[in-house]
Ligand binder design. Structure first.
Ligand SMILES: Cc1ncc(COP(=O)(O)O)c(C=O)c1O
Length: 396
């Protein structure tokens, strides 16, 4: 018999993907250049020349048996060493290769981290608004996702609600800063307070509560924004990183788990990742991609376009009367919709070929997300459509 759980999931397909498919279909009718597609978080800038060169060099010079052979079950040691060295130098924590495990993007990293620190039925807390794929990641691991309601004024953490939900059933707290979908970066004050609460509660309960820190947007932080390094504030932190956004490589499926060297059982957790891979059929990212990113760990694509786009959109949204918290990073902005029902709002926007994502699947009603990882020229043209949409549909 086919599996009922996965069959049922077909009914709850990603809203973002559905909107992206709509945008593509609409593009076939009127030309994609005329569709203001703010649906998908797919980077709009190319990867670095350094990454391309690393790939070419590897293909030309490296032994094909190494390049195309199986990677060790704990992933390639030289790559893990390079990641540890880069993290130690940049963030001042004493990482060694034994705290690093290469994964298939942040998705793969989260799948490993959740399995490593929870038992089936344990709760993982996250904060709204949150990336909707957390649900399948966590439920797929047999844990239970619990969502702490948002602080919609600032999109920092709603600590009152958090403390009430922080019981002995909680194995880990999954945070995402810079945040998809709000674009907000948690301040040092927020991270310190989170660490204090978790330290106190872990002691009180006599059990570890881990932070799983999902950091695919770590490198996309705008000028002057305070962006604390979570691991510096809380020992039991497991970072889930991805090169999807920083090096514009979402299709290569490459990232890593980095367990804070000061985390309890850090090296054991990494050893266990090798076993989790066996159980999930993960069996390591491609060797060639591991080797290539190891050569460009301190590089990023030219990410400046995202801040340019953010400023254009933010100013226009404010001018049009939207309530919106200014993003500190990522390539997302998360304004309040002009009516209570965000789905109705986003459906109306489609008439103007504006593809906006309603906030319901992010765990907060009444907002919408714009992924502005598109050409600046298109953002500029979209501003007129946005103005026409607002003035026609919401004249008061
Ligand atoms: C917050 C967040 N976490 C995880 C992921 C998954 O990233 P990856 O492509 O590296 O698996 C994404 C992708 O958009 C994301 O936005």
């Amino acid at each position: 018999m086919i599996n009922k759980k996965y069959q049922a999931m077909l009914e709850g397909k990603s809203v973002i993907r559905q909107l992206s498919e709509y945008a593509t279909a609409r593009g076939a009718e009127i030309g994609y250049e005329n569709v203001f597609d703010y649906s998908l978080g797919n980077p709009s800038v190319p990867t670095t020349p350094g990454f391309t060169k690393a790939m070419v060099d590897l293909l030309e010079k490296e032994d094909p048996m190494t390049l195309h052979g199986y990677s060790p079950s704990l992933t390639i040691t030289s790559v893990r060493k390079a990641v540890a060295e880069s993290l130690s130098r940049r963030f001042g924590l004493p990482y060694t290769y034994e705290e690093i495990f290469m994964t298939s993007g942040a998705a793969g990293a989260i799948a490993h981290a959740v399995r490593a620190v929870s038992q089936p039925g344990d709760e993982i807390l996250t904060f709204a608004p949150f990336f909707p794929e957390y649900r399948p990641y966590i439920e797929g691991a047999g844990a239970v996702l619990k969502v702490v309601p948002a602080d919609t004024e600032t999109f920092q953490i709603n600590f009152d609600a958090f403390e009430q939900m922080l019981t002995g059933k909680v194995a880990a707290v999954l945070i995402n800063t810079p945040n998809n979908p709000s674009g907000i970066v948690y301040s040092t004050e927020t991270i310190k307070r989170l660490a204090e609460i978790l330290t106190r509660k872990s002691k009180e309960l006599g059990q570890e509560i881990y932070i799983i820190s999902d950091e695919p947007y770590r490198e996309i932080v705008f000028a002057g924004v305070d962006a604390p390094v979570v691991s510096q504030y809380y020992d039991n932190t497991i970072v889930c990183y991805s090169f999807s956004k920083s090096l514009s490589l979402p299709g290569e499926r490459i990232g890593y788990v980095a367990v804070n060297p000061r985390c309890k059982d850090a090296k054991l957790i990494i050893q266990m990742c090798g076993q989790i891979s066996r159980g999930t059929g993960h069996n390591c990212p491609a060797s060639i991609i591991q080797l290539a990113v190891a050569k460009v760990l301190d590089e990023t694509s030219d990410l400046s376009v995202y801040e340019t786009n953010m400023n254009l959109l933010y100013e226009k949204l404010v001018e049009l009367g939207f309530t919106v918290v200014k993003p500190g990073g990522t390539f997302y902005i998360f304004p309040k919709a002009l009516e209570e029902d965000a789905v109705a709002f986003c459906n109306k926007a489609k008439k103007y070929d504006l593809i906006l994502v309603p906030s319901d699947s992010f765990g907060v009603p009444g907002f919408f997300r714009m992924a502005y990882c598109i050409d600046t020229e298109k953002v500029q043209r979209s501003l007129e459509a946005l103005e026409r949409f607002v003035k026609t549909e919401y004249p008061n």
